[in-house]
Design a protein around this ligand. Structure first.
Ligand SMILES: O=C(O)[C@H](O)[C@@H](O)[C@H](O)[C@H](O)COP(=O)(O)O
Length: 251
């Protein structure tokens, strides 16, 4: 099925659209399994989720935090209170403002080296962080919803254009030690995990996204990981964008 594009008129409107989408999937998942398994990304995601799930007075009461299980679509190998930590971003924007939630951060007891940098870091320990993260996933690897970003280079999660990780066929979570965007050491979910999900939602705001969205929606540039993820046939795929992000883009 072709991806759906939902265009918001303001950042509050985009956040509200995202919020309603999250609640829809939350309710379906809880009705089916009693738990809602969601993965979130970094970048501006924390701020959008705060607007949607904490500050929006209509949506906030609908969130069943005690039924949530939160994962990260990618994470930098840094301490949880480091400014580059995606967990840290979510904590500061959302977790600190809501009732207790089950969250799965990386196992920071296995961190070596310095703040995501390569020098002095132990590759075997990094691999263990990725492998242990995969073990936290549900047995069938199926998440209900992943909220994804889209970088200017078309990356999503820590899946970068031209990177061998795009070819991963079996692991659900992989280690990356040469991320072109710093810090170099990260873990990321892979295509096999993304393909199993019930729903994938991209959030892309601002005029800086327009050239990338043009490549995805008009030019069909399959060198962009976001385009490849957007084209996955199993999951429902929705793009939440604002008007500047799609200005001049034929949808
Ligand atoms: O780890 C990363 O490299 C970022 O978290 C990345 O995945 C982010 O989602 C995109 O770069 C979009 O960022 P924005 O949402 O800030 O545009």
């Amino acid at each position: 099925m072709a991806p759906v594009v939902s265009v918001g008129t303001s950042s509050e409107d985009v956040a509200a659209r995202v919020g309603h989408h999250v609640i829809k999937h939350q309710d379906i998942a809880i009705a089916e399994s009693g738990v809602f398994r969601i993965a979130v990304s970094g970048g501006s995601m924390g701020k959008v989720l705060k607007k949607a799930l904490v500050d929006d007075k209509q949506i906030a009461p609908l969130v069943k935090w005690d039924k949530w299980e939160v994962y990260f679509s990618d994470e930098r190998l840094v301490p949880l209170d480091h400014p580059e930590s995606n967990y840290g971003l979510l904590k500061q924007n959302v977790l600190d403002h809501v009732p207790k939630v089950v969250v799965h951060p990386i196992d920071v007891s296995l961190l070596t080296g310095k703040e995501g940098e390569l020098a002095g870091a132990d590759e075997a320990k990094d691999q263990e962080i990725a492998d242990k993260y995969a073990e936290l996933l549900p047995k069938d690897g199926k998440l209900d919803l992943l909220l994804l970003g889209c970088g200017p280079d078309g990356h999503t999660c820590s899946l970068f254009p031209g990177h061998p990780l795009l070819e991963e066929k079996s692991k659900l979570v992989a280690l990356i030690r040469d991320s072109p965007k710093p810090p170099p050491r990260r873990i990321s979910v892979t295509f096999p995990l993304l393909a199993k999900a019930t729903s994938l939602a991209f959030i892309a705001e601002g005029e800086g996204k327009a050239p990338t969205l043009k490549k995805i929606f008009e030019e069909g540039d399959t060198s962009l990981p976001s385009k490849l993820v957007s084209d996955l046939v199993g999951p429902e795929v929705v793009w939440f964008v604002n008007e500047p992000a799609v200005k001049g883009v034929k949808l």
